[in-house]
Ligand binder design. Structure first.
Ligand code: PRX
Length: 656
């Protein structure tokens, strides 16, 4: 927290004086009523139990929490199925004709999928999976674009008790290999390609490349046809989606799952090069996402059109495109493509077309829209909007105000929501109708969530003040661990401060008890809301034959939050030329995914190291961001720094 940028940020944020109390008309009809925080705080277990019991159970739970720190079991004697909660329940309640998704493909193809159709499709695909030998307890990888087959595949896995592991479509072959092998997936579901800015993005070809590196557990690959590009099918292993569902009945008996059975794995970046398989189980996760979706977004199933613009490949899409909205019987938009295709008003055209009432997007998108200018949203009728959400990174007050004024026309509360892959559901956010909003603050913990701000020694920092944000008690949607590595789970989250969960973010708390996020305190970068560790990019770089050593830092970027900034020393007679810089960017993009490719590559004879040989990352971050350097006396060779500063400056100038 001694990073000067963050110190500056704390002062700037805490001097923010604008206040937006809840409008009386919002309070009058809101799902969350005043007193909810105090009631939940008085008895958090009773609060969560009341939400759990709103789900549909084969066997309702009598137990609430078993806490064997840091391992939690919630509602552990209950039995349920996630797909029944997402689909059957609404169909049985006479809502088969209600729209579950308005699908909008990037090229402009559109169709609506009702709850009745979705249930049929899920059952047929689930039967197809069973026929291929996928069974309860297996893991299934899903590598699909943002098309309806993605939620169908997830829910079909849930129906037959197989855990899904969705791999973001922007990742490439190596990332697929790591994830599939770590959890020994038996099947993988993909598509020929997806659409991105008018061009096909190959997916099956990436899977084929991944196979060349070895994925021995995979028996079956299922390929959905999206774009129509030619693909190679390996006989006996690969088959078309259409063939898998052909002749399958549209009734599929759901597995009775224990509340603590694994629902899904989602890999996320930590501080090492190896991504962590975050485990989420069935009962607690569904309780958390249902409660938060209904209260934070004030969801009215019969009136709202909800649009979360995230990709389902990240946790936001899991919780607030698939499980939260479907469990609440909501109507959502599912959009395949990017916000600038074919023009800068694509999002606003979609809001207008479907009369979207609740929009949930990321600060990086909002800052990009600001850059493009108000004329794009102003071309469209956005009067259907009533709530605006933000997630993924700290939202700066200017972007918050622009979102409120230009998109929400000053009418719509802006809800900044803080949470993580690990937390499963929203942890800190305003509740419409209750919370007074402040531009740039995520405001208050969700009812039942225990939060504190602590210093290095683990003592509470009295407000106003900043430090490490920790969670002080278990919550239903919390991760149950890291797949195959319980020690890493304890070590990463529960060892820094005893009895408290370390989130890894710096945060400040004001005298009203409102929270202001400052960014990560570790080596995790946040690029356009996509989480990636410096170590992952470093290990991709050093795998290139010309690279001797590499150090990567996240450089603060006005639009994307962080930009990947690499310092590289080359091997032997390799030359740190602009051509090599380009090649390295492409190399990282190929190995990890395009969004991880370094924006800046600075070559150096040697990386700055301490005398004990540790790379001085903080120094590199200072160099990357053009700050004055502090004490460099621990450096082994102080000449390195002057050279690096000059080169990094030249590299940054090239970009601008
Ligand atoms: O640093 C925080 C940032 O995103 C991290 C979690 O990333 P991920 O697991 O990919 O999940 C992102 C979507 C939930 C956090 O540790 N972050 C997320 N939301 C916010 C945020 N930082 C500040 N404000 C937020 N609203």
């Amino acid at each position: 927290m001694s990073n000067p940028t963050q110190v500056h940020a704390i002062e700037a944020l805490l001097s923010e004086e604008r206040r937006f109390p809840p409008p009386p008309e919002v309070t009058a009809q809101a799902n969350a009523q005043p007193g909810i925080h105090a009631r939940a705080e008085a008895d958090p277990l009773a609060f969560w139990q009341s939400w759990a019991l709103q789900l549909e159970w084969f066997k309702p739970p009598e137990q609430i929490l078993e806490w064997n720190e840091p391992f939690a079991r919630w509602f552990a004697d209950g039995e349920l199925n996630a797909s029944v909660n997402a689909l059957d329940r609404h169909v049985q309640a006479g809502r088969a004709a209600t729209v579950a998704f308005y699908f909008e493909g990037e090229p402009g193809d559109r169709w609506t999928v009702t709850y009745g159709q979705l249930l049929d499709d899920v059952c047929r695909f689930a039967n197809g999976l069973r026929a291929l030998g996928v069974k309860k307890g297996d893991r299934v990888a899903i590598y699909l674009p943002m098309i309806v087959e993605l939620p169908i595949a997830m829910l079909a896995c849930a129906r037959i008790g197989a855990a899904h592991s969705v791999i973001f479509g922007g990742f490439s072959a190596d990332s697929i290999v790591d994830r599939v092998n770590d959890s020994q997936c038996v099947a993988l579901i993909t598509a020929d390609a997806g659409w991105r800015r008018g061009k096909p993005v190959p997916l099956k070809a990436n899977v084929d490349e991944a196979f060349t590196k070895g994925m021995p557990s995979l028996q079956t690959v299922i390929v959905a046809r999206r774009v129509g590009t030619p693909v190679d099918l390996v006989a006996g292993r690969d088959r078309w989606w259409d063939d898998v569902v052909r002749d399958q009945p549209s009734i599929c008996e759901p597995e009775r799952m224990n509340a603590e059975d694994l629902l899904f794995l989602l890999y996320t970046s930590g501080t090492t090069a190896k991504p962590k398989g975050i485990m989420h189980t069935t009962g607690g996760y569904l309780t958390g996402v249902t409660a938060t979706h209904k209260l934070v977004f004030d969801l009215k199933a019969t009136a709202d059109v909800f649009w979360c613009t995230a990709d389902i490949g990240w946790v936001t899409g899991h919780s607030y495109i698939v499980y939260g909205p479907l469990c609440n019987g909501a109507t959502s938009v599912l959009y395949e493509g990017s916000p600038d295709y074919p023009a800068f008003d694509r999002f606003w055209e979609i809001v207008e077309r479907y009369r979207v009432t609740i929009l949930y997007t990321a600060p990086t998108a909002i800052r990009t829209f600001m850059k493009w200018g108000a004329e794009w949203p102003n071309k469209h009728d956005l009067s259907s909007l009533r709530l605006l959400g933000s997630v993924g990174e700290p939202i700066n007050p200017e972007a918050w105000m622009w979102y409120r004024d230009v998109i929400g026309k000053g009418r719509c509360p802006v809800l900044d929501t803080w949470w993580q892959t690990e937390t499963g559901s929203i942890m800190i956010a305003p509740l419409p109708g209750i919370t007074t909003l402040k531009p740039g603050s995520a405001t208050q913990p969700f009812p039942g969530i225990g939060v504190d701000i602590v210093n290095e020694a683990g003592a509470t920092v009295a407000p106003p003040g900043g430090g490490y944000i920790v969670l002080t008690r278990p919550w239903p949607a919390m991760l149950r661990g890291i797949y195959g590595d319980p020690e890493r789970y304890e070590q990463t989250y529960w060892s820094r401060f005893p009895h408290r969960y370390l989130a890894g973010d710096g945060c400040s708390r004001d005298t009203d008890g409102d929270y202001w996020f400052l960014g990560r305190i570790d080596d995790v970068m946040n690029i356009s809301g996509h989480r990636i560790s410096t170590a992952e990019v470093e290990s991709a770089l050093v795998a290139h034959p010309a690279v001797a050593e590499a150090a990567v830092v996240g450089k603060i970027d006005d639009v994307t939050g962080h930009a990947v900034c690499a310092f590289v020393s080359v091997r032997g007679d390799a030359v740190g030329s602009p051509e090599l810089g380009k090649e390295l960017r492409e190399h990282v993009g190929r190995r990890l995914g395009k969004f991880t490719a370094p924006k800046y590559v600075t070559f150096t004879q040697e990386l700055p190291k301490t005398r004990s040989g540790k790379i001085m990352r903080r120094l590199l971050r200072d160099i990357a961001e053009g700050r004055m350097l502090g004490d460099t006396t621990t450096l082994a060779d102080s000449g390195v720094v002057a050279e690096l500063q000059a080169r990094a400056k030249a590299e940054a100038a090239k970009e601008e």
